[in-house]
Design a protein. Structure first.
Length: 166
């Protein structure tokens, strides 16, 4: 039976543990937001524009503004403004969908120097992650990865719930 088909074991979580993990999550979120704000600043972007550029770039192929809105949790109107700014800054361009000319796609247009520029900005974080992970066994790393992945899935669900109330 696959892991996804099996019911996961459930163990009690004390109030103290929940508070400790909540503070860890909040601190992690704060530090991550501040880090990406600094990266965005270096690129001449807002933090939101930077993260939408990241989403579009990780997609590997042009995507619709609607898809960027879905992935980011932003409204389609907000994403239109993001795309306008990214286009003016030279990071993306709007192109027609070759399969449906009525659709417009957002294509990332990084120059030859951009991967190097992005690499320099993230090099320290990559080195730090390798250093921290080196203190854990491969099995422990798998557990950390599973926990982080599950938290991300659940956070995306929470974002969708909040967005549905709008």
């Amino acid at each position: 039976m696959s892991e996804t088909a099996e019911a996961k074991a459930v163990y009690p979580v004390s109030d103290e543990e929940l508070e400790r993990f909540s503070w860890l999550g909040r601190d992690s979120s704060l530090v991550t937001v501040m880090f990406h704000a600094r990266i965005a600043e270096q690129l001449g972007l807002s933090a939101t524009d930077h993260k939408c550029l990241d989403l579009a770039a990780r997609g590997g192929e042009p995507m619709t503004a609607g898809r960027i809105a879905e992935l980011s949790g932003l409204s389609t109107g907000a994403v239109t403004g993001v795309i306008d700014r990214l286009e003016r800054a030279g990071y993306v361009r709007r192109v027609r969908d070759p399969h449906d000319r009525r659709k417009v796609l957002v294509e990332v247009t990084l120059s030859d120097r951009d991967p190097e520029r992005f690499g320099v900005l993230f090099k320290g974080v990559s080195e730090m992650m390798a250093r921290v992970l080196s203190h854990y066994t491969p099995e422990q790393r798998e557990l950390l990865y599973a926990y982080g992945s599950e938290i991300l899935v659940e956070m995306r669900k929470e974002i969708a719930k909040i967005a549905a109330k709008d």
